[in-house]
Design a binder for this molecule. Structure first.
Ligand SMILES: Nc1ncnc2c1ncn2[C@@H]1O[C@H](COP(=O)(O)OP(=O)(O)OP(=O)(O)O)[C@@H](O)[C@H]1O
Length: 305
């Protein structure tokens, strides 16, 4: 378990993490989302004892990271995949890490297999692609068979096959009882990976909920119609127990329903339909809407005419 309690981090005047509290439970993948600069990496660094909190605390398996005598066997982490000595081979990089942490060499072969790196294990890591570097970082994170795994943007640079592999790996770790915290700024990726969702923006907590609850609340299906008699259609929908809204341009938005149903209802009441379209608000849109006021770096698109 990871417990984050009233955690704050300031860099000079800059508040990177602001009184953040949440718990990451075992047996689940917890997605940690936020726009660029939200404070995800800073939070993860504090969880891993790499940054000192200005206030509050982060506990892993009941105590601060630094107080664990063999932390690699409690917590595995992928933070910055580039922090590897490029002159070493993948095998020697992992072997050195294993030796320093009292982990048998046989485990190095296991993690190389698990991450699909066995065939390049004897190659120097400086020639590795971004995706191979990510795999090596994940191999290092898994070396100590940790009960807690913290991954910062693990699918960054991976090809589609690699993305699916990371997704399945995280699910398997959670199924084996691990606590898995994974950061991302891609809502759709998290929707198919994570069981639980924590969203932050500007260092503050915005959402802490089961992923299924978030999906139910935010993936809104509706049908937009333009009809001859909007009020008659609303009455007809209401009679069928379907909620609807009248938009300012006179169109009707029927909520949580499909086009066929709305079409049949209009037909049964002989209401002429001029226009009808299914609408789906994606989770990505919901996430962007939630965080749009909180985003530190936002591009302004100017169209030159
Ligand atoms: N060492 C530092 N010194 C000063 N400011 C920092 C430092 N590290 C992070 N920050 C600032 O803290 C804020 C949070 O940064 P952080 O990297 O934690 O965000 P993030 O959510 O991981 O973003 P991204 O998705 O872009 O990686 C940003 O405004 C960043 O500029």
């Amino acid at each position: 378990m990871i417990e984050i309690e009233n955690l704050s981090k300031r860099y000079g005047d800059k508040v990177a993490v602001d009184d953040l509290s949440f718990t990451v439970a075992p047996g689940k993948v917890t997605g940690f989302l936020g726009p660029n600069g939200a404070g995800k990496s800073t939070t993860m660094r504090m969880v891993l004892g790499l940054d000192r909190p200005t206030a509050g605390r982060a506990l892993v398996a009941g105590r601060p990271y630094a107080e664990h005598s063999r932390p690699l066997m409690k917590v595995g982490a992928l933070l910055d995949a580039k922090g590897v000595n490029g002159a070493r081979t993948a095998y020697h990089h992992l072997l050195a890490l294993a030796a320093a942490n009292g982990i048998p060499a046989s485990r190095v072969h296991e993690v190389l297999d698990m991450t699909g790196l066995s065939s390049v294990a004897r190659k120097r890591t400086k020639g590795f692609s971004l995706g191979m570097g990510q795999r090596l970082g994940i191999a290092a994170a898994l070396l100590g068979k940790p009960e807690i795994v913290v991954l910062d943007e693990p699918v960054n640079g991976l090809d589609p096959e690699g993305v699916v592999w990371v997704r399945e790996l995280m699910k398997q770790l959670a199924a084996d009882g691990c606590t898995v915290l994974v950061s991302s700024h891609l809502m759709n990726e998290m929707a198919v990976t994570a069981d639980h969702l924590v969203i932050i923006a500007k260092g503050r907590l915005l959402v802490d909920s089961a992923m299924s609850d978030f999906i139910v609340q935010h993936s809104r299906h509706s049908v937009l119609t333009r009809v001859a008699d909007p009020e008659a259609l609303r009455e007809a929908l209401d009679a069928e127990g379907i909620r609807s809204e009248r938009l300012s341009d006179g169109r009707i938005e029927a909520l949580e329903v499909g086009v066929e149903q709305v079409g049949k209802i209009a037909h049964a009441r002989q209401i002429a339909v001029y226009e009808m379209a299914a609408q789906t608000a994606s989770l990505e849109e919901a996430f962007m809407q939630l965080t749009s006021q909180q985003t530190e770096y936002r591009a302004t698109l100017e169209v030159q005419r």
